[in-house]
Design a protein. Structure first.
Length: 658
């Protein structure tokens, strides 16, 4: 009777009947079939390659620019590796932006994937920083355009190779997962292990992880977590120190890939308890040794990463900065329901869920209560299954352990949710489905009927998921494609709207027809306006809207955005482009009015020019000269003194002051 009550869907139950401390006997060699490890591995590898083959032609998108292309350490190849291992993942970008601290709470220390990018760069070829040589008959503009085109083409070729590596690592991680499931979790249920891996590899929610090269940190983390489990059990069963060293090393690599590995200090003893029948005390004692690589990781992290507490006041880095305490708690507990929806029905997908795409809710919201009941029930069932030493307890624990890390409850992760963030937890989801499917397959009689029903069901799921994955991969082709697609599914996101506007600007830059150029700029403006209506303090939207106005010739509106950029982010490096266009325009207008002896209009324009570029003493000199022409010498003198504060050796200001 006890066996009939078990709800875990494994072909052969592994409850209290498991003999403590006795490993599962190795299965006899099987012929090549869907039940053999080799057969299942080949099927999964082919499916993975077919699904993600169309990413090979993709360029860079989203954070690829920050982590790879604009990362000085990555571009240095082998020589940049020591810096990568001793720095925050965004340190290069932070320095380029003239920021003093990391805006992400806790920092980001994930060096392993970035090291792989640097190694790739060494073999792909380091960037050529030698100034281009002008050939006879070439203009300077033609030389610069040719150099830019050559660099752009090389970057695209490099990214094609990196996409291939990402797909191969993804397939490798699934095969390692299959080995882990067959060896440890479901040793007597090879079909359940295969179904789990099949559902995992075809799930469309993983497209961001595979198609966005930067997300290699997720793949490597998952790969080394699976290897850690495999080797930890190998050491648990053999007692060989070599296995312990390898398990500890893989655990350190998992941590260096991404912080997620910290939950293994709980999941490893739990797995010993469930799958080897150890007592709770013995399971924890056997796992204490893995605190050593965890300690090494934390020492490396502490010595390399700035905590970055400044994010608490910035809605773009702290998604709950505008929420009350009740709203924050209610929303954090509701977000997991959105994840469950995407796991069951992964449509539509988007690269951005930042403010204000995920709305705040409170304790009166029906979504909060549904999420509370669903997850409360799952937690209860998880505990019940763990007590009974059932594999489904481990699956649910795996789901909740990684979900806790991305929930914002324990640490602010900078976004309410993200498809790449649920990558690890999704294994728990597919594991539950996989064992349920295997159990259903075993119950259907006769065998032919089971083959027909389960085969047809899997075929439908495979076709639907394949269509979604392959079509979604195309969206990750480039920023210009991704941003205009994702703003449709994330219309209330500040970043999605800003990015869509920037994509329009990029299209305008590439468009040779002048009328079409203007059309793209006009299309960009509503996106920027929408972003600023959601968050008026988002400096990137101000900067890019200002550039749009420059291209449209509306310099007064461009100047207003330029002023906003100066107030919000005085040292923003890329703001120099906007300030140059605005200040140059109004400086020339001021000179025209001054030459026409209209000094009041000249002063007004010089002031606009100086507001756009406040560190330029030439603009202050022009304004002071106009004041002197009006006989307002004291005002002119004060402006000249300010110009000399900016540049003490500014000769025109010295002469006029004298």
């Amino acid at each position: 009777m006890a066996k009939k009550k078990q709800s875990i869907p494994v072909v052969v139950p592994q409850s209290a009947t498991v003999v403590p401390n006795v490993p599962v006997a190795p299965a006899p060699k099987e012929p090549f079939s869907i039940f053999s490890f080799k057969g299942q591995s080949i099927i999964l590898a082919i499916i993975g390659l077919v699904l993600y083959f169309n990413t090979f032609s993709n360029s860079w998108a989203y954070d690829d620019m920050l982590i790879i292309l604009q990362n000085e350490y990555v571009q240095e190849g082998f020589s940049g590796v020591p810096k990568i291992l001793t720095a925050d993942a965004f340190e290069s970008y932070i320095h380029q932006q003239n920021e003093e601290t990391n805006q992400l709470t806790g920092g980001r220390y994930r060096p392993l994937s970035i090291v792989t990018f640097a190694i790739e760069q060494q073999f792909l070829g380091l960037p050529n920083n030698t100034p281009p040589v002008m050939q006879p008959g070439q203009t300077a503009e033609e030389v610069q355009r040719a150099a830019f085109k050559a660099k752009e083409d090389k970057t695209a070729r490099d990214m094609h190779f990196r996409h291939v590596v990402n797909v191969l690592l993804y397939i490798l991680s699934i095969i390692v997962l299959l080995h882990f499931l067959r060896k440890v979790v479901l040793p007597r249920a090879p079909l359940a292990a295969f179904f789990t891996c099949l559902l995992f590899i075809i799930h469309p929610i993983h497209t961001e992880v595979v198609a966005n090269v930067k997300s290699r940190d997720e793949i490597l983390s998952f790969l080394f977590i699976c290897l850690t489990f495999i080797l930890a059990f190998k050491y648990r069963d053999s007692g060989k120190k070599k296995d312990l060293v390898l398990a500890s090393f893989c655990y350190l690599l998992a941590l260096l890939s991404k912080e997620y590995g910290v939950v293994l200090v709980a999941l490893i003893p739990l797995s010993f308890f469930i799958f080897r029948g150890d007592t709770a005390k013995k399971s924890m004692q056997a796992s204490l040794v893995y605190l050593i690589p965890l300690g090494i990781y934390f020492l490396m992290r502490i010595s390399s990463v700035n905590a970055g507490a400044a994010a608490n006041n910035d809605i773009m880095n702290n998604p709950y900065a505008f929420a009350s305490v009740a709203q924050r708690i209610a929303t954090e507990l509701t977000v997991p329901l959105y994840y469950i929806k995407l796991l069951f029905f992964p449509h539509p997908l988007t690269s951005d869920y930042t403010y204000n795409q995920v709305p705040y809710v409170d304790f009166t919201d029906i979504g909060f209560w549904i999420s509370f009941v669903v997850h409360g029930g799952l937690l209860y069932y998880m505990v019940r299954c763990i007590i009974r030493r059932e594999a489904i307890g481990f699956a649910l624990a795996f789901y909740f352990a990684f979900l806790a890390l991305i929930s914002n409850i324990f640490v602010n992760i900078g976004s309410p949710m993200g498809e790449r963030l649920i990558y690890h937890s999704s294994l728990g989801f597919t594991m539950v489905l996989g064992v349920l499917l295997a159990k259903g397959y075993e119950k259907i009689k006769p065998q032919a009927a089971a083959n027909a029903v389960v085969g047809a069901g899997l075929a439908v799921v495979l076709v639907l998921c394949s269509f979604k994955v392959i079509s979604r991969n195309k969206d990750w082709q480039s920023n210009a494609v991704l941003f205009l697609k994702d703003v449709e599914t994330a219309p209330n996101s500040v970043i999605a709207n800003t990015n869509a506007g920037m994509a329009c600007i990029e299209h305008s830059n590439l468009e040779p027809d002048s009328l079409k150029k203007i059309a793209w700029i006009k299309k960009a403006l509503p996106y920027m306006d929408k972003a600023l209506s959601l968050n008026s303090g988002y400096v990137v939207a101000h900067q890019n809207r200002g550039l749009c106005y420059v291209k449209l010739g509306d310099m007064d509106k461009a100047a207003a955005d330029c002023d906003s950029v100066e107030k919000l982010f005085p040292n923003m490096p890329s703001a120099v482009y906007l300030s140059y266009f605005v200040s140059d325009y109004f400086d020339k207008k001021g000179i025209e009015f001054a030459n026409a002896n209209n000094q009041l209009e000249a002063i007004a324009n010089f002031k606009k020019a100086s507001d756009a570029a406040p560190a330029n003493p030439d603009l202050l000199y022009n304004m002071a000269y106009a004041y002197c022409k009006l006989g307002r010498n004291e005002e002119g003198k004060a402006i000249l003194l300010h110009a000399l504060q900016l540049k003490p050796d500014h000769l025109p200001s010295k002469q006029l002051l004298a």
